[in-house]
Design a binder for this molecule. Structure first.
Ligand code: AMP
Ligand code: FE
Ligand code: FE
Ligand code: ZN
Length: 294
């Protein structure tokens, strides 16, 4: 009877999700339906290197009462290490940003035949056509699609095993690709009127290059806006350290599930959330940038 008294009135905000337009498994519409089922009020669609799913997600969100923020997760590099940058609220048809995203997508596509050739060399029966079919028209083809073919053919049990045995750096199917230098990616997001937040900065080797000194320089020299603190790739100690660093640098501290549908079973929608105050600060910064552009 007193349930409503204890109801958590704060908004549930998940700023990191993927659809089948990149390497998630839900269509943008299905993603929004699932977000509503998970009790989320706000999501950002942050597909890898493409905005192609955003308009569909926004339309679904209007019908279902879920606010959808336009986003992207850019593939960037620091010293040859892959770093992901989340961009929120940019003008999606900005020329310079789209030219750069297209360059990354082309490099994604171009490495697929090489990956398949190397895998065949290692005794894995896989063709480029199978991967393209698995990607089902995605403009942003990636290793997860290669992994999905291997799972479908019973070569590995899930995506993770395919990465660990065949697709990570140092494994037989690894082929590097072009990714945007991180400072340039921040500049491109800003020039398009958006805000830039480093995704899972200290997950998967990120801490080797994203030192506190380096992050400080990104803030002072490039105006980095935020860091994703709450993410499944960070343990509690890492989150505490990152949160502290972010606070000291005036960064917006966000959280997100990095939902990929069935592609990442541990990353359920809403498993990590962003505070309303953080979202408000991001939105204030986007408004500021757009005003300056007019
Ligand atoms: P790519 O974009 O082709 O370089 O592939 C990287 C993507 O694969 C990441 O964005 C993740 O979604 C996914 N990924 C990376 N490592 C793993 C892993 N160990 N298990 C499952 N998915 C992974
Ligand atoms: Fe992904
Ligand atoms: Fe990522
Ligand atoms: Zn992601």
């Amino acid at each position: 009877m007193f349930d409503s008294f204890w109801h958590d009135w704060s908004m549930r905000i998940d700023l990191h999700t993927h659809s089948s337009v990149s390497d998630g498994t839900d269509s943008p519409t299905r993603l929004v339906i699932n977000a509503q089922d998970a009790g989320l009020d706000v999501i950002a669609l942050t597909d890898h290197d493409t905005f192609d799913g955003v308009n569909e997600a926004i339309d679904a969100g209007r019908r279902l009462g879920v606010q959808v923020i336009p986003g992207v997760e850019m593939s960037t590099k620091v010293e040859d290490l892959s770093i992901h940058l989340l961009g929120y609220g940019p003008i999606m048809d900005n020329r310079a940003l789209n030219d750069e995203l297209a360059r990354v997508r082309q490099s994604r596509q171009g490495r697929i035949p090489l990956i398949c050739a190397q895998l065949r060399e290692a005794g894995v029966d896989i063709t480029e056509d199978e991967v393209i079919e698995q990607a089902a028209g995605s403009p942003s083809v990636g290793r997860p699609h290669v992994a999905d073919v291997m799972v479908a053919k019973g070569i590995t049990k899930d995506r993770s095993e395919a990465f660990e045995h065949y697709l990570l750096r140092g494994r037989p199917g690894y082929v590097s690709r072009y990714a945007t230098p991180l400072p340039l990616a921040i500049q491109l997001i800003h020039a398009a009127g958006g805000v830039a937040v480093i995704a899972h900065p200290w997950g998967r080797h990120g801490d080797e290059v994203l030192t506190p000194t380096y992050i400080t320089n990104l803030v002072t020299s490039y105006g980095l806006d935020g860091i994703e603190v709450d993410h499944t790739d960070h343990d509690q100690d890492t989150r505490a350290l990152l949160s502290d660093l972010g606070y000291r640098l005036g960064l917006v501290r966000t959280g997100g599930s990095d939902y990929h549908g069935t592609g990442k079973p541990n990353n359920s929608l809403g498993c990590n959330l962003t505070r309303e105050t953080a979202l408000n600060e991001l939105s204030r910064r986007v408004d500021g940038r757009l005003t300056r552009m007019i």
